[in-house]
Design a protein around this ligand. Structure first.
Ligand code: NAI
Length: 491
């Protein structure tokens, strides 16, 4: 049996960082080094101001990286010395980004495997011993064949490289609890003796904290496809509910009640049935487009159309939200002020990739609105960067956009509040929230409390509107304060 003593993870992002930290913390005998050519990112991982925010991440990183518990000596490292770390490791996790291609054939649809291929070329050049190479990145079907081909043509003779597929199913915002307690770990390998042996070596790493019945070993290509399939099915549920939400608004039904009612059917289940302004994040859109592109390249055009319709409904939902808002605000946003609550693509993350907020804010800026954005975690530079890279109207971002440090500052003089992220603090339901201390923000009494909507009302211009793109507010309670409230999927 192969015993893993050193792991090298290439890619220090949302997947590579948290996954490596959890593997290291659960395997004190394995040295885990995360490498990236982005020096700034690597340096940040060495501090307590980590490059990404996830609840509980800092504690896990500190335990493994700093060895500050009696049972653990440091075994989690971050480095830009990619070649050395590759050479030393027996097992290499590929956690590089696989975005949608922006150039050439398949641009806007296919996955860009450039980063993956470059990483494998690095592995090939730096390796003096056999390696197990693990696809953690989400990849198109049969990407493993491409990697094997590159290795066969470039590596030193006599070395053996075994490719495994081990897709990551963590969700941002809950990454650490997903990693500690996953629904399943999928390990795909060739069904050859060496393939199975490599799969077992990786299974043993996970076996340090996950029961063997949740570690599933399957065929390499099933595993690659299962990841795309999982994301497509999750997004499909959201688009299905969002499509129903459009009907609800016209027939006087309430999408929350419809979702609740259908979710009680055990065959359907209640999760991922929440209507919203539209899904965001770096994965759903890109993975569905990749799946559709693969279907198309197999001449399965109806299949491709089916998957693409999920993305179409999502675009439609974002546009529908803005259209309704403009209609409520008397068909003109010129000179009006809109307070945007939330910019991250979901709560408990600082990630803004593909967030619906980009589309909505871009739309209302173009309509002439002044926009005042508040997000508890996302920094001003990032909000401006996202909008500037999307909009055709840079002048609007310069002149009409203000990024605020509180919900109250954003609401001052506003005609409407637009909720775009479901941060707990924006809801007027339930108990006041206290955030955990793991995100590195200074403890601030006010920041830990929920938004005081009475105070928001005092600051706004009349008539005042709330457009809840996440269905997190109790509309009745806000109406008592004098707000006119529009929720998704409610008349
Ligand atoms: P990311 O963009 O946050 O991180 C990727 C990192 O890889 C970057 O820091 C980049 O500098 C580095 N990198 C790229 N090429 C490199 C090379 N040749 N050598 C060294 N470093 C290199 O991406 P993220 O979000 O972590 O995603 C990674 C993969 O995991 C993607 O395929 C994604 O689809 C998949 N995934 C992402 C999830 C998420 O929630 N973000 C969840 C599950 C899968």
């Amino acid at each position: 049996a192969i015993r893993i003593k050193k792991i090298c993870c290439i890619g220090a992002g949302y997947v590579g960082g948290p996954t490596s930290a959890v593997i290291a913390s659960k395997n004190p005998d394995i040295q885990v080094t995360v490498v990236d050519y982005n020096r700034q990112r690597i340096e940040a991982w060495k501090t307590d101001d980590l490059p990404i925010y996830e609840p509980g991440l800092l504690e896990v990183v500190q335990a493994a990286r700093d060895g500050n518990s009696p049972k653990q000596t440091p075994n989690l490292f971050f480095s830009t010395d990619v070649d050395r770390c590759i050479a030393e490791a027996e097992l290499i996790l590929l956690s590089v980004n696989t975005p949608t291609k922006s150039l050439g054939r398949g641009a806007g649809h296919a996955s860009e495997l450039f980063h993956l291929e470059s990483a494998v070329r690095k592995i090939s050049a730096a390796s003096e011993s056999d390696k197990i190479i693990v696809e953690k990145s989400t990849v198109p079907c049969r990407a493993a064949d491409t990697l094997r081909d590159v290795l066969a043509a470039t590596a030193k003779p006599g070395l053996h490289f075994e490719i495994l597929s081990n897709p990551e199913f963590l969700a941002e915002g809950t990454a650490i609890s997903n990693l500690l307690n996953p629904d399943r770990i999928l390990i795909g390998s060739l069904q050859t003796p060496r393939g199975l042996e490599a799969a077992q070596a990786l299974a043993n790493v996970y076996g340090a904290w996950i029961d063997s019945d949740r570690i599933i070993t399957i065929n390499l290509y099933s595993s690659e496809l299962a990841k795309l399939a999982a994301n497509a099915l999750l997004a499909q549920r959201i688009s299905s509910v969002n499509a129903l939400s459009a009907m609800c608004e016209s027939v006087g039904a309430d999408i929350d009640e419809v979702s609740y009612a259908v979710g009680l059917d055990k065959r359907i289940g209640s999760r991922m049935l929440k209507a919203s302004v539209g899904f965001g994040g770096s994965c759903f859109r890109k993975d569905i487009l990749s799946l559709a592109y693969i279907a198309e390249s197999l001449h399965l055009f109806e299949v491709a159309d089916y998957w693409r319709s999920i993305v179409h409904i999502n675009e439609y939902q974002k546009n529908r939200f803005t259209r309704r808002m403009v209609r409520c605000l008397y068909n003109s946003l010129t000179g009006k002020t809109l307070a945007v609550f939330g910019f991250a693509y979901k709560k408990d993350t600082r990630d803004t990739r593909e967030t619906a907020a980009i589309t909505v804010v871009d739309d209302v800026l173009t309509e002439g609105a002044n926009v005042r954005i508040y997000d508890p975690l996302v920094k001003e530079t990032q909000i401006r960067h996202e909008l500037k890279s999307t909009t055709a109207r840079l002048d609007c971002v310069e002149k009409q956009l203000t990024v605020c440090t509180s919900a109250y500052e954003a609401s001052t003089g506003a005609d409407a509040v637009i909720i775009l992220t479901e941060w707990d603090e924006f809801s007027n339901r339930g108990e006041p929230v206290r955030r955990d201390s793991g995100h590195g923000r200074k403890t601030d009494e006010r920041a830990e409390r929920k938004v005081d909507w009475t105070r928001v009302a005092e600051l706004m211009r009349r008539p005042m509107f709330v457009f809840d793109g996440r269905n997190i507010v109790d509309a009745g309670a806000l109406e008592e304060l004098g707000f006119r409230v529009a929720c998704i999927g409610k008349a």
